[in-house]
Design a protein around this ligand. Structure first.
Ligand code: FE
Ligand code: FE
Length: 167
């Protein structure tokens, strides 16, 4: 890539791959969880993520390129770690706590990407793209905060008391 416009397009493709990957991973996380708050949060975010995919498709189509064709290896890595956690732990409070951590790693990754995409879209004068990316960024931040709330209010304490019960 040679300029900011091209870097922006690469970033859109990267995020598109990340969103498509997480769309497959989120249902697995939901079905592995025993926390109804966490399950509800993940299910709500699946619906939002479907819109994130659509927004990126619209951004690419406005720019005259395809969003597909790139594999986001960072997203792949975060999801692989989540898969490891799923295979290492039985269903229960500890796995729930570990799942929240994995989900938050992904949201933070998305927040970094969308935050950059928002400022680049602004500089490049891509007004419609800017609005769409800002909407997604807001939803990623809200999701991250909800995950923190679920962890603090129930999931982490349940994991701790499970440990106390086992001693
Ligand atoms: Fe997303
Ligand atoms: Fe997300």
């Amino acid at each position: 890539m040679n300029n900011l416009q091209e870097a922006f397009e690469e970033l859109v493709k990267d995020m598109y791959s990340a969103e498509k990957q997480v769309l497959k991973a989120l249902p697995k996380a939901a079905s592995a969880s025993t926390s109804k708050d966490l399950i509800a949060g993940i299910e709500a975010h699946i619906k939002q993520t479907e819109q994130h995919v659509v927004r990126l498709e619209e951004i690419a189509s406005r720019g005259g390129y395809k969003p597909s064709g790139k594999v986001c290896t960072a997203a792949k890595g975060i999801i692989e770690e989540q898969d490891e956690a799923l295979s290492e732990h039985e269903k229960g409070p500890l796995l729930d706590a570990v799942l929240v951590c994995g989900c938050q790693k992904f949201e933070h990754y998305e927040i970094a990407n969308y935050g950059t995409a928002v400022s680049w879209a602004k500089l490049l004068g891509l007004k419609e793209d800017l609005n769409a990316l800002q909407e997604t960024l807001t939803e990623e931040k809200e999701t991250n905060q909800k995950l923190t709330d679920v962890a603090d209010s129930t999931v982490n304490k349940a994991a701790l008391s499970e440990m106390a019960g086992a001693r």
